[in-house]
Design a protein around this ligand. Structure first.
Ligand code: PLP
Length: 390
């Protein structure tokens, strides 16, 4: 079989668009010999607040760090339970474990792939401290229902917005419904800084605690101590972490954020093109955005059911890779992984909706960097692999 793309032109899944302004801004860091946390981080935080409509934002070095700090600042610790989704990246659950608490899974809705609030309600116990929803693929969770549950039971909400920078319900952005919103700028995300993350909080005192915890637990003047305002002593007031973002990273983020809407429009276009091209294939397409909401279109995932399609999901992934097109799986449900089985006794069959998604899902390239020719290659490969069996 001749591959649709030549070997030397492998289409890397999630490869980001990087443009000249961020290259120049990074060079500016080198020319000034200021690489660490400084004015570019402050600017990126301010711009991000403006975009999200949040009262504050703290840049950190990953979304995993953002989640970890938010859990600690929520008062989550040993003996506590945090309810989250089995349909997520391992970092979501690992952050809960790093905070000393126990992750408790609630199954997802099969269409939206987001936490089902009714399943969450069933998992609340006297030990529950927080709910950690993930806006999967950029589709907003049912935040009104989750916020109502949290208020009724006195729980914190930490939103995992790794896929969801552009996500909105009405005019309100994901990350501003709960107590904390955690974002990712990892290389495959909607906008990137290489490694990087952001925490937005509803309350100023939470933001202050996050800032302190992100830099060794040093008192807040530590962030300013390298400036020209005179020597400042710092005090360590808590045992914190080394989670701060560098100016080199923020230099990329500042310019990526300016293009966030342009990139979103391009992904919206690709999403529509895929929907049209695959409408007649025996595969399931992602559910359309719910009315009154904005989908961030972070992942375009199709569902390959062997009995309908004549090809298994894993054979489909292999086929795409042989056509030199990078694909992803978002995600095998968390209970499929040996660490969680061994440690918590989780079984995939206990979360049937997440398990089925994890076994049938395949994500196609959706980066704003894709050219029309790249998209045509993806479409041709999917049609060839899935179009022969009716
Ligand atoms: C990528 C991702 C994370 C982790 O983000 P990092 O910035 O790489 O730490 C967490 N949750 C979800 C849902 C993700 O997709």
């Amino acid at each position: 079989m001749k591959p649709i793309r030549p070997n030397e032109n492998f289409l890397i899944f999630g490869s980001p668009a990087i443009e000249q302004p961020e290259i120049d801004e990074v060079m500016d860091c080198f020319k000034r010999s200021w690489l660490g946390t400084g004015p570019k981080v402050a600017k990126f935080e301010e711009d991000f607040c403006g975009y999200i409509g949040a009262p504050n934002a703290t840049a950190v070095n990953s979304c995993t760090a953002a989640l970890h700090l938010s859990l600690i600042a929520s008062g989550v610790g040993p003996g506590d339970e945090v309810i989250t989704t089995p349909m997520t990246f391992c970092a979501t659950a690992n952050a809960i474990i790093h905070a000393g608490a126990m992750p408790v899974l609630a199954d997802v809705d099969p269409q939206t792939m987001n936490l089902d609030p009714r399943e969450v309600a069933k998992k609340i116990t006297p030990k529950t401290r927080a709910i950690l929803p993930v806006h999967f693929a950029g589709r907003p969770c049912d935040m009104p229902a989750l916020v109502a549950l949290a208020e009724k039971h006195g729980l914190k909400i930490i939103e995992d917005c790794a896929h969801a920078i552009e996500t909105q319900i009405g005019e309100k952005h994901a990350g501003t419904f709960g107590d904390f919103g955690c974002f990712s700028f990892y290389v495959t995300k909607n906008i990137i800084t290489g490694e990087g993350g952001m925490v937005v909080t509803k309350r100023e005192e939470d933001a202050a605690r996050i800032k302190m915890l992100a830099l060794h637990g040093m008192s807040k003047d530590a962030w300013k101590r390298f400036s020209d305002e005179g020597y400042k002593h710092y005090q360590v007031v808590e045992c914190g972490f080394k989670y701060n973002m560098m100016d080199v990273q923020a230099a990329i983020g500042i310019h990526q954020l300016r293009r966030i809407e342009t990139y979103w429009r391009r992904r919206t276009e690709l999403w529509a093109r895929y929907n049209e091209a695959f409408a007649k294939l025996p595969i399931t397409l992602p559910a359309p955005a719910a009315p009154g909401t904005r989908h961030a279109f972070h992942l375009y995932s199709i569902f390959v059911d062997e009995s309908r399609c004549g090809i298994s999901r894993d054979a489909f992934l292999d086929g795409m890779t042989r056509h030199n097109i990078g694909v992803g799986v978002h995600y095998l449900s968390l209970p499929e992984h040996p660490y969680y089985q061994r440690t918590f006794g989780w079984r995939a069959g206990d979360f049937p909706n997440a398990m089925k998604i994890g076994q049938q899902t395949a994500s196609l390239p959706l980066s704003a960097k894709l050219t029309d020719d790249d998209v045509a290659d993806v479409i041709a490969a999917v049609r060839q692999l899935c179009g022969n069996f009716q």
